[in-house]
Write a protein that binds this ligand. Structure first.
Ligand SMILES: *[C@@H]1O[C@H](CO)[C@@H](O)[C@H](O)[C@H]1NC(C)=O
Ligand SMILES: *[C@@H]1O[C@H](CO)[C@@H](O)[C@H](O)[C@H]1NC(C)=O
Length: 208
């Protein structure tokens, strides 16, 4: 039986410094997102907590995040992203809105596949997960059994825990309409959250 350990050693020595730097053929690939879903997320940004509803609608080319920061009197905060490259960030309680030309569309359902690196299997809060990293920007945990996303860790330290994942759920059209004060000449009052260099898009699209 001495052959096996020697073969193993050779394999180990030949491994590049970064594990799985080159995608091995038998590495699992991330499951593409369903074209439409609703996810409830628990977000933690260095202790700053929020609950977010994520409505993803690829056929209609839009993506909405409704974010409620912990005990925020002015919740919710909306981040509506359109496939034509326009995003609207607004807070109805304060009637503030800002729009941005992001220049790229929303994430494709298979956005994680190209350029992702498989990191192996890890436990995430009791869920056995496949884990991928993409562009040093996101680490993505997917449940091995159900293939649902479980956890996203962003390079900024922001963590999103997926609390529910409703495949095929669609938000009605009226809910997508940006409020009228987004379309006034100055686009509403400047949103202080944004002028502080707040990470604008929920999942920044430009780096993907
Ligand atoms: C959490 O972060 C958001 C966005 O920057 C901010 O509006 C909110 O006030 C923060 N919450 C606390 C408790 O600091
Ligand atoms: C993109 O689509 C939204 C929603 O229909 C619209 O309000 C916005 O003006 C569009 N932006 C551009 C640059 O066409």
């Amino acid at each position: 039986m001495p052959l096996l350990p020697v073969a193993l050693l050779v394999v180990l020595l030949c491994l590049p410094a970064a594990p799985h730097a080159a995608a091995a053929e038998d590495d699992p690939t991330p499951t593409p997102w369903p074209p439409q879903f609703h996810a409830k997320l628990l977000m933690d940004y260095h202790g700053n907590l929020s609950l977010a509803d994520l409505w993803y609608d690829w056929p209609r080319g839009r993506n909405l995040h409704v974010i409620r920061y912990q005990l925020a009197a002015d919740a919710p905060y909306y981040d509506a992203e359109w496939n034509n490259g326009t995003s609207f960030f607004y807070t109805p309680a304060r009637r503030t809105c800002r729009s941005a030309a992001v220049g790229v569309g929303i994430l494709r359902p298979d956005w994680l596949v190209p350029g992702s690196v498989y990191l192996g299997r890890r436990d995430a809060g009791g869920f056995d997960c496949h884990v991928w990293a993409k562009a040093d920007f996101i680490t993505y945990y997917e449940d091995v059994r159900t293939k649902r996303p479980v956890k996203w860790v962003f390079y900024t330290g922001r963590i999103a825990y997926v609390m529910s994942f409703e495949v095929g759920a669609v938000l009605e059209d009226a809910e997508w309409q940006a409020p009228e004060y987004c379309f006034t000449k100055d686009g509403g009052l400047p949103d202080p959250d944004l002028s502080r260099g707040h990470d604008e898009s929920f999942i920044p699209r430009s780096v993907l």
